[in-house]
Design a protein. Structure first.
Length: 386
């Protein structure tokens, strides 16, 4: 009976190794296609007037440099609309400094006094968009830093009426703490690879990424405005998913933006990963369960143990690790241009095995912590815990 159980577990582990290897190959294929698109460029030079909406709360690492990068765009007509719930928010000082440095830029600061739902970021966006002048809108996180041609390349695909949203991959610049290094490593070697694979497997994207969400005001109005997603944790996913539901394409731009990560300790890293994991679980349950087929290192190590370290099991482990490293280098280095990646590679086993633990733990519980507040998740919706 024990031998039979071991053989069954070993068969499952071997299947996991096979599934992970197929997944890694799909990541490589999709990364290659993305790189070809980067080399080809956006294919359009039409400059559509655009309003950039940046909801703020508190100070993020390198926040002012991120703001500055949006003011240095080689683009003829755009405005930046910042929004805060509290006029005394510390981020306000950075906006006022930006106005002084760039008096020629159209920069607004909107104080959003009404709390329209538990997702205060989206609540602010609903009030900020009323002050925006243009039909074409971009929402991106407060800590995003961009290159000078960002607007030109991100907005251009919206000239095609069949495109409803443009979104971007991003790389994380880590602080010198373990949690921050693990977070950056996960973005470059797992999260972005998963987005590229989803695009290949599903024949396109049906969700957006908070690093950049570019879309039309009329499409936003058609899905009920920001107010329609004010109860959801994964607002970027919901916005992209609902615009895709209009029969429009969600396009992954050839632009890669940058975010400077907080100095997470290990506990902070786990808390952030758990919030992300439970948000994805509630938004894309089928795809989230399918992540079990992507944990190659776990399956290969389990197979090694069950096979009593037989020579062939070492060969399986070596093959899985080879494919995993090919994904890491192709996505992290070639696609995202992550210069910190080589110094973080020694953390990869810890990061991959931690991801398995977070995935398992995410199914037990519905609470998340977000910017100091605790919520319960119910089908993706936030219920504040008092």
């Amino acid at each position: 009976m024990i031998q039979l159980t071991i053989r069954i577990l070993q068969a499952i582990a071997l299947f996991g190794c096979f599934a992970s290897s197929i997944y890694y190959i799909m990541c490589l294929v999709s990364a290659r296609a993305f790189r070809s698109g980067q080399a080809g460029g956006s294919g359009s030079t039409q400059a559509l007037p655009v309003s950039i909406l940046k909801p703020l709360k508190g100070i993020d690492p390198e926040i002012y440099e991120g703001f500055r990068s949006h003011c240095l765009q080689d683009y003829p007509e755009y405005e930046i609309v910042f929004g805060v719930s509290d006029p005394a928010d510390p981020a306000v000082a950075s906006v006022e400094r930006l106005k002084q440095e760039f008096p020629e830029r159209a920069i607004q600061l909107v104080v959003c006094p009404n709390i329209l739902g538990p997702n205060v970021k989206v609540s602010n966006l609903e009030q900020m968009v009323r002050a925006a002048r243009h039909e074409y809108l971009i929402v991106n996180d407060s800590d995003i830093r961009v290159e000078r041609d960002y607007l030109q390349r991100v907005v251009a695909p919206l000239a095609d009426e069949h495109v409803g949203m443009v979104t971007c991959l991003y790389r994380g610049v880590a602080a010198p703490t373990l949690g921050s290094q693990l977070e950056a490593l996960g973005i470059s070697t797992d999260f972005s690879a998963g987005v590229l694979a989803a695009q290949l497997i599903e024949g396109g994207l049906s969700f957006g990424l908070g690093s950049t969400l570019a879309f039309r005001r009329r499409d936003l109005n058609q899905i009920g405005g920001f107010r329609s997603i004010v109860e959801f944790l994964a607002d970027d996913y919901e916005l992209g998913h609902r615009i895709a539901g209009l029969g429009l394409k969600v396009t992954l731009s050839d632009v890669v933006v940058e975010t400077h990560l907080p100095a997470y300790d290990f506990g902070g890293y786990l808390a952030h990963q758990m919030r992300w994991a439970r948000g994805v679980r509630d938004s894309r349950l089928g795809g989230y369960i399918g992540l079990i087929a992507t944990f190659g290192l776990m399956w290969a190590l389990l197979n090694l143990i069950l096979a009593w370290a037989a020579v062939w099991s070492w060969a399986v482990l070596g093959l899985v690790l080879l494919l995993r490293m090919m994904v890491v280098l192709t996505v992290g280095k070639s696609v995202l241009k992550d210069s910190q990646l080589p110094g973080q590679l020694w953390l990869l086993p810890l990061r991959d095995l931690t991801a398995v633990g977070v995935w398992i733990a995410s199914f037990w519980g519905h609470t998340v912590t977000w910017r100091g507040d605790r919520f319960e998740l119910r089908k993706g919706r936030l219920i504040r815990i008092t």
